[in-house]
Design a protein. Structure first.
Length: 115
């Protein structure tokens, strides 16, 4: 099995690089499992603010991208249409942020409540 190369990002800064870290295959598979359990959503996530927390994302060299924000997780692969799933408990987002190495996120960081 080919190892996926995926980068997680916490979208928290304006004007400087956001924290990024690599996901291992086990972490990615856990997140994919959560994604598969989420119910489809007919709505897209709300627009994030220009400053402050804007969600958490995964980008893989395979072209797969997930974005968790506002109780919605969006998945897109290449040029395909995005798929949205509801995550009222923010399980995907919290699990993704929980994969960050101890020094990746600012001390005491907690994502704000969903808009």
């Amino acid at each position: 099995m080919r190892k996926a190369h995926c980068t997680a990002t916490a979208l928290i800064y304006s004007g400087r690089p956001d924290p990024e870290w690599e996901l291992d295959n086990e972490q990615l598979e856990t997140l994919k499992g959560i994604w598969q359990q989420l119910p489809p959503s007919k709505i897209a996530p709300p627009s994030p603010p220009p400053l402050g927390y804007r969600g958490a994302a995964i980008r893989c060299d395979s072209g797969e991208v997930w974005l968790a924000y506002g109780n919605i997780v969006t998945f897109k692969r290449g040029a395909s249409r995005p798929k949205h799933r509801g995550d009222d408990q923010r399980r995907f987002e919290q699990t993704l942020l929980g994969t960050a190495p101890s020094n990746a996120l600012p001390a005491g960081f907690r994502p704000p409540p969903a808009p």
